[in-house]
Design a protein around this ligand. Structure first.
Ligand code: NAI
Ligand code: MG
Length: 351
């Protein structure tokens, strides 16, 4: 029997409450399809930072290197600045393992009330492909004259031909498999160097994928269309910053941040890829056992796809759809009264 080597990083707050449900689902689906998992759990978190002065040990990436995938809960803890948790753990893993694609599927499920009137179940089903290792989130820049009237900050966005090309190719290939269309997020009217370069590369990669239709929209207009007409999208590709904002907006359109999953992919499989719910550590509800586990469970389903078990992944997303459509068991974020454990139990029953 295949035993997949999985690194578990629960992190902080509800991160540690949503990973056990994901693990239960993985073990159940593995039993049915004839494979298993060997988990190694790491206590890397903001709590570790407060104790030891670092989110993860210096050889952290080396400890993960031989794993086939990483499942992460969430990091973030009151009193630890968010840039510490991001740059101390998530970004080193994304960059060190060349996880240059951040993939975020968006679906409106039957049984979920979207805050958007036009977001109808079954019609809204698209994917945001976010560039995940360069772009606007760069370390290049600095601050001068701190505390004086002429204080200033400069931050450089970095767009490389290789980096943009590979993420665009991923988006076009994905769209070819889905039989849909690519929409590129741009802002080449206002950002006059990097964004025209992005647009040129989009046109170039589109020409290399002649079967895929595509268009481009300025990010401001695109944000409005996500709300006004979310059913029109199939694959949306954007830079690190644009993709980050669009995918949270899309998760809200779909009805709850607690359901949205994400994959940080190294498509060449030179390194482990990382799967994590979109939501954070939710300190406001942490410790109460009421976190919605579906974002973590759906992330685990994406991991199953990546590990070469798409049928098992589909069983899991089907069970998520069924628990929402056919039962009224829900956690409080979805208007219910169930605990994380009760919701997970119902899900396992339907699985
Ligand atoms: P958040 O996603 O933690 O919470 C936003 C709101 O959504 C809260 O009201 C929370 O209770 C609710 N919520 C989120 N996930 C939920 C779930 N699974 N079930 C039920 N309700 C849920 O975002 P926030 O408050 O901006 O950030 C809190 C901390 O998490 C910060 O330290 C932040 O840096 C960190 N964070 C970490 C991320 C990561 O590890 N990838 C991503 C986003 C935030
Ligand atoms: Mg975000």
């Amino acid at each position: 029997m295949t035993n997949h080597r999985i690194a578990l990083i629960p992190g902080d707050g509800i991160g540690a409450e949503v990973l056990p449900p994901a693990q239960q689902v993985l073990d159940a689906i593995g039993r049915r399809h004839g494979f298993g998992f060997t988990y190694t759990t790491y206590d890397w978190s903001c709590e570790r930072y407060l104790r030891d002065g670092a989110m993860m040990p210096e050889d952290g990436l080396d400890q993960l290197r031989d794993k086939e995938a990483i499942l992460l809960g969430a990091v973030g803890y009151p009193g630890v600045p968010d840039h510490v948790s991001l740059w101390g753990l998530l970004i080193p893993i994304r960059r060190g393992f060349r996880q240059y694609v951040n993939l975020r599927p968006i679906r409106v499920f039957e049984g979920i009330d979207s805050p958007v009137r036009g977001a109808v179940a079954g019609e809204v089903d698209f994917v945001v492909v976010r560039e995940n290792v360069e772009g606007e989130y760069s370390e290049i820049g600095g601050r001068l004259n701190r505390g004086f009237p002429e204080e200033m900050a400069v931050q450089e966005a970095v767009f490389t031909r290789a980096g943009v090309t590979r993420v665009l190719d991923y988006a076009f290939d994905l769209s070819a498999r889905r039989g849909g269309k690519v929409t590129s997020a741009t802002k080449s009217n206002g950002i006059v160097h990097t964004m025209p370069f992005w647009d040129e590369l989009v046109a170039e990669r589109a020409a290399a994928h002649p079967t895929v239709t595509w268009d481009q929209e300025h990010i401001d207009a695109l944000a409005a269309k996500f709300v006004l007409d979310p059913a029109r999208f199939d694959v949306v590709v954007g830079s690190n910053l644009f993709g980050d904002i669009l995918s949270d907006l899309a998760a809200a359109v779909a009805g709850s941040i607690g359901i949205a999953p994400a994959a940080n992919l190294n498509p060449e499989r030179e390194f482990p890829s990382m799967f994590e719910p979109v939501h954070g550590s939710a300190p406001d509800i942490a410790g109460r056992g009421i976190a919605n586990p579906l974002g973590a469970v759906w992330s685990a389903a994406m991991m199953l796809d990546h590990l070469g078990h798409p049928e098992a992944g589909k069983d899991v997303t089907d069970a998520i759809a069924a628990v929402l459509a056919k039962t009224d068991v829900r956690t409080p974020d979805l208007g219910g009264t169930a605990s994380t454990a009760e919701f997970t139990e119902k899900l396992l029953e339907l699985l």
